[in-house]
Design a protein around this ligand. Structure first.
Ligand code: ZN
Length: 288
């Protein structure tokens, strides 16, 4: 008798749960879904659309976007998305095949937009691929605004900048005091950032794709460090940075954290503005 009662009780609960699940399926999130490859693009998208769309990103924290492979769950999200945003085949090399199958109205390739490129990229002394374009284009706020405008246009939303010019000139003046000093970064990721804020391009241990440099380049890097006024070595949270730690110890330079992927940035309509502000503050910490 008691067992029977328990059975009815469980059955009742299952029925109720089933009804709730069915009701939820009838009312899916009616907003468009934007899926981005990396978090920086999600930060831009969220800032561009606010609550008018749902924004998700595919790359898990702690991975390098340069050699990220899309898992099966990502393929499902891409299929469900109304708009997919990625940097482009020169950056997310392993996603190219999946992205090329999407229709042009569903895919936004940031690299294909008329973005601001770093002016006359002088071949730096420690660079194997000096003519290669720096794919870290989200680090120039001009480009952040341009990508945001494209997203807003595609969704039929009013055009609105995601970082305002007054704030940018304030950040620029904060960085003006350090333009005679230089820095060493783990990989060559800051050409866009340096161009946007009138900074000298720094030295880097690895190339723009995060790959190790050849022996000749490493030799040239060491002689550049000895010749120039390097203030610190920037390390990024998603890398192990063993090579950076070795060089920092060798030259007695402090390691300073810098987060160009915005891994600790919360997602809100102000996310991009906060992300750039945080990056500038982290950058300044090198020279204090
Ligand atoms: Zn990178």
């Amino acid at each position: 008798m008691i067992i029977k009662k328990i059975q009815y009780y469980i059955f009742g609960w299952l029925l109720l749960l089933g009804t709730i699940a069915a009701a939820e399926q009838l009312q899916p999130d009616a907003r468009p879904l934007i899926v981005t490859s990396i978090k920086p693009l999600a930060i831009i998208a969220k800032s561009a659309v606010g609550d008018a769309a749902e924004v998700q990103y595919l790359m898990p924290a702690g991975q390098s976007p340069h050699d990220f492979t899309l898992p099966v769950s990502a393929l499902r999200k891409i299929a469900d998305a109304d708009l997919v945003i990625w940097i482009g085949g020169g950056f997310e090399v392993r996603s190219g095949k999946t992205m090329s199958k999407l229709s042009s109205d569903k895919l936004l390739t940031a690299m294909d937009l008329p973005l601001t490129q770093p002016q006359n990229p002088e071949p730096s002394e420690n660079d194997d691929h000096s003519m290669e374009a720096d794919p870290h284009l989200w680090l120039n706020p001009d480009n952040g605004n341009k990508i945001a405008a494209e997203i807003q246009a595609r969704l039929g939303l009013p055009l609105k900048e995601i970082i305002n010019r007054q704030y940018l000139s304030q950040l620029k003046s904060e960085l003006a005091a350090i333009d005679d000093k230089t820095y060493l970064s783990h990989h060559q990721a800051y050409a866009h950032f340096a161009a946007a804020f009138d900074l000298k391009p720094g030295l880097s241990i690895r190339n723009a794709s995060g790959g190790a440099q050849g022996a000749k380049t490493q030799y040239r890097l060491r002689s550049s460090i000895e010749k120039t006024n390097v203030s610190c070595v920037f390390v990024e949270p998603q890398y192990q940075d063993k090579d950076a730690a070795i060089i920092a110890a060798e030259y007695g330079l402090p390691l300073v954290p810098l987060d160009p992927q915005g891994l600790s940035q919360s997602m809100s309509a102000r996310a991009y503005s906060e992300f750039i502000g945080t990056l500038v503050a982290q950058f300044k910490a090198c020279f204090q």
